[in-house]
Design a protein around this ligand. Structure first.
Ligand code: SF4
Ligand code: SF4
Length: 137
């Protein structure tokens, strides 16, 4: 019964498509090789300078590369030796909530070997049946 209520709550109250399972193994990968998407993936330093004024998190980021997707950032709060966040207790909400399924909407993927997994709440068959039922109405 608990499972059914949980599923309903996630699907219809939280409007989620995935459960997040697992835990952080403090590998630090999600604090490096970051793309920033604001309407589109940030391509130029000028665009990024404008964005910085909108959220303090961006002030922690520095450009380390550019590839076919856009500018690549890393966070200056990452201690590269220990792989730990230097402001762990005061880290921004976006870091506390990582990873969230919005990552997929942004075209992103989980960092390689991340200790978390995002698992679909509904199976393919369940979604398929629901769509079929809707079409019958
Ligand atoms: S603030 Fe900390 S947790 Fe957030 S991206 Fe930077 S190093 Fe990672
Ligand atoms: S990539 Fe995953 S396991 Fe590694 S630090 Fe980020 S949240 Fe933790």
């Amino acid at each position: 019964m608990f499972k059914i209520i949980k599923k309903w709550f996630y699907l219809y109250v939280l409007k989620r498509k995935y459960y997040r399972v697992g835990s952080c193994n403090a590998c630090g990968r999600c604090c490096q090789k970051i793309y920033v998407k604001h309407k589109q993936v940030i391509q130029t330093e000028a665009e990024f300078e404008r964005l910085k004024r909108q959220h303090s998190f961006y002030t922690y980021l520095k450009v380390v590369d550019k590839d076919e997707t856009g500018l690549v950032f890393e966070c200056e709060n990452l201690d590269k030796e220990t792989k730990k966040c230097k402001i762990h207790r005061k880290r921004p909400g976006i870091c506390r909530r990582y990873p969230q399924e919005e990552l997929f909407n942004m075209g992103g993927t989980l960092a390689e070997h991340c200790g978390y997994k995002l698992i679909p709440i509904e199976s393919f068959e369940e979604v398929f049946d629901r769509v079929k039922q809707k079409q019958k109405k």
